[in-house]
Design a protein around this ligand. Structure first.
Ligand SMILES: [Zn+2]
Length: 111
């Protein structure tokens, strides 16, 4: 697997996708809120979970991570994507090569 750094288009697409998902959740909330309890909240939580799974699946298919200690480049799975903290293109991960926990930098996969 080959990787490259983020370029301007990636940054713009990420921001757009984030805003689009946020808007969908807000619109979903507006439509589902007037429904009878607990139907509205259950449908709303379902919508949020589906969005999270779709976004995470897209993210692990599109991005890999680079270890900040040894520079090793690696993929992550769905479990790691959900269970580890993530702050703006950095993720707290255990490197499969040097086995250290560190803030790995997100990089883009080249197909
Ligand atoms: Zn490493």
């Amino acid at each position: 697997m080959q990787y490259r750094e983020h370029n301007k288009a990636d940054k713009r697409n990420n921001l757009f996708l984030f805003l689009f998902s946020f808007a969908l959740i807000v619109i979903g909330g507006v439509f589902l809120a007037p429904l009878r309890w607990p139907v509205g909240i259950v449908l709303f939580l379902g919508l949020v979970i589906i969005m999270l799974v779709l976004l995470t699946n897209w993210q692990i298919n599109k991005f890999g991570y680079q270890c900040s200690v040894c520079n090793h480049e690696f993929d992550i799975n769905m479990k790691a994507a959900f269970l580890t903290p993530h702050i703006w293109r950095k993720k707290y991960l255990k490197c499969p090569k040097c086995q250290k926990f560190q803030w790995a930098v997100e990089i883009v996969k080249i197909k």
